[in-house]
Design a protein around this ligand. Structure first.
Ligand code: MLC
Ligand code: AMP
Length: 508
């Protein structure tokens, strides 16, 4: 039997009694202990009738057991479908239906609310709580600690990770074993990971960054992770001296720089700081180096492609750039209208080709055809250039997207909810600079005749349908939305106009 991803991430660590997960309360879980839990969950999934290629949707808090569900899926050939814990029931219902998930694993607090929906979709409900308890682990604890690993080919579907779209609903990016494996191999090499590494893991495990980049790379190297339930600055400061690598979104670094107790001493044992998922301001890079002597490695990736570029381990790590294309990854800069390559050094659409690039969107052939060329190049929607020294710069986005604290927010989704309110004629949602999250969400709305816009009232209407991180900080009434001659709303005009809006003075 072969299952390359299982063998190279998990199987190779079988029998190891060294720690894999170090928890903040001092407990450790060895590689073997972790694989035992995963095998028990895989046995349970098989017993309840799941078969290779079935989708397992998971919306649970971060815990060792939650990570073991990922390992169990890889071992049993099931398709892992991670979901942001902030998603509302409305959002969840779409994912379940679109993916026709065979199982949904949720916190038991959500079980009752989901029973009807799951029954309608024919989805089995299992619970898993932050402390590792729940129906899933209870049933799994009665199972064998060995599982007959399912045979998988490199091209087989391994994970379905949803990304929002500029128009319409979210799309499930189909990632194969070889997408994940090739990227993990490349990153272990690029960032010199070894079994001695201890990665400080404070990211969520429902996105590419915390799941595939941080976890797969550590597993492939046979290293360990200090596995925190979330980002807590005091915990980061306490545990940094016991770590060799920190991976985070730029907010991690701006918060560390603002933290009173953050000194060069705390960072002295760390060999590598990595940032991604959103632009790291050059000021942050420079200030971090001034304080700690460390140059953060900035890298660039996406759900659809895993990691594409990275600043070098040896060599110049340049602030404001995302470094060179990773080995095996091709980057082409093209004219967004014609798709033709632009002259060297000019700004255009970033396109990516390589073994890391996904196979397409789940059940959305027209979206796949629009974004993934027959030549294998994926049209990222990011605008950038390659300078004379070969460094890639991201200079903007052709897609209407806000990135807040590393989470992607598509304005269209919020505008649709606001536009459905009787008091709103039309709306435009933009991102404005924010010291903590990089960008903050602000909504501008034109009132329907005879109405006024009240921010708090409008905001309460998005609460049930949209995840908390997508909520605008404020909904401001505006007389008219600026439009160009083609009638398109000029968001750049709005972004300039509201760039210095003081969000701190607004009610939360
Ligand atoms: C939390 N809140 C956010 C938010 N995170 N609002 C907007 N944007 C965010 N990113 C809300 C909370 O619900 C809370 O609301 C309020 O803001 C204050 O929260 P907080 O306590 O300050 O936030 P915290 O829990 O500390 O979270 C901040 C964070 C987190 C930066 C640690 O957002 C995070 O872990 N981000 C990482 C996202 C990530 O992994 N992205 C990778 C995508 S993969 P209230 O009402 O409760 O006060 C990808 C590919 C690639 O992009 O290249 O990697
Ligand atoms: P996601 O769809 O959540 O995977 O987010 C991918 C997007 O995050 C990319 O298309 C970029 O717009 C953005 N991104 C990731 N890394 C960086 C980075 N280092 N600098 C700027 N933007 C980034």
């Amino acid at each position: 039997m072969t299952n390359p991803l299982y063998d190279q991430l998990f199987g190779k660590n079988a029998g190891k009694t060294s720690p894999f997960l170090r928890l903040s309360d001092g407990r450790t879980i060895t590689h073997t202990g972790f694989l035992d839990i995963a095998a028990q969950i895989a046995n349970h999934f098989a017993k309840v009738g799941l078969r290779p290629d079935d989708r397992v949707a998971v919306q649970v808090d971060k815990s060792p057991e939650a990570l073991a569900v990922y390992a169990a899926c890889v071992q049993a050939g099931l398709v892992f479908l991670p979901l942001n814990t902030a998603y509302t029931l409305d959002e969840l219902s779409y994912f379940l239906e679109d993916a026709a998930a065979a199982v949904l694993v949720v916190d038991s607090k959500r079980e009752t609310a989901l029973e009807d929906m799951a029954a309608r979709q024919g989805t089995r409900l299992e619970t898993l709580n932050a402390d590792g308890t729940g129906s899933l682990t209870e049933a799994a604890s009665r199972e064998d600690r060995t599982f007959d690993t399912a045979e998988r080919k490199p091209s087989d579907l391994t994970a379905l990770v949803y990304t929002s779209g500029t128009t319409g609903r979210s799309k499930g990016a189909m990632l194969s074993q070889s997408n994940l494996l090739s990227n993990a191999r490349t990153l272990v090499e690029a960032w010199r990971f070894t079994s001695d590494d201890i990665l400080l893991h404070a990211l969520p495990i429902f996105h590419t960054h915390g799941l595939f980049v941080a976890t797969n790379v550590t597993l492939m190297a046979g290293g360990s992770m200090i596995f925190l339930p979330g980002f807590d600055i005091d915990e980061i400061a306490r545990l940094l001296p016991r770590s060799t690598v920190l991976m985070g979104v730029p907010t991690f670094y701006t918060r560390l720089l603002r933290y009173d107790g953050f000194t060069a001493d705390l960072a002295s044992g760390v060999r590598l700081f990595i940032s991604g998922s959103a632009p790291l301001l050059p000021e942050t890079h420079i200030e971090f180096e001034r304080l700690t002597g460390h140059k953060i490695i900035e890298r660039y990736g996406m759900t659809e492609t895993n990691m594409n570029t990275s600043n070098p381990y040896d060599g110049d790590r340049r602030a404001g750039t995302v470094g060179y294309p990773l080995p095996g990854v091709e980057i082409s800069i093209t004219d967004p209208d014609t798709g033709a390559a632009v002259p060297a050094g000019e700004i255009g659409m970033i396109e990516v080709r390589g073994p890391n690039v996904f196979g397409g969107y789940w059940n959305k052939p027209e979206k796949t055809a629009a974004e993934l060329r027959e030549t294998g190049f994926f049209i990222t929607g990011d605008l950038g250039k390659i300078d004379d020294d070969g460094y890639v710069h991201i200079v903007g986005r052709a897609k209407d997207l806000i990135i807040s604290g590393g989470y992607n927010i598509y304005p269209k989704e919020i505008e649709s909810v606001l536009d459905s309110l009787p008091e709103v004629l039309e709306s435009a949602v933009i991102g404005i600079p924010d010291a903590d999250f990089g960008e903050a969400v602000v909504a501008l709305a034109v009132a329907a005749p005879g109405h006024k816009i009240e921010s708090q009232k409008a905001l309460s209407s998005v609460r049930d349908s949209l995840a908390r991180f997508k909520h605008p900080r404020v909904v401001l009434e505006i007389d008219v939305l600026p439009r160009n001659t083609l009638g398109k709303v000029q968001k750049n005009v709005l972004r300039d106009r509201y760039a210095s809006l003081d969000l701190d003075t607004l009610p939360k």
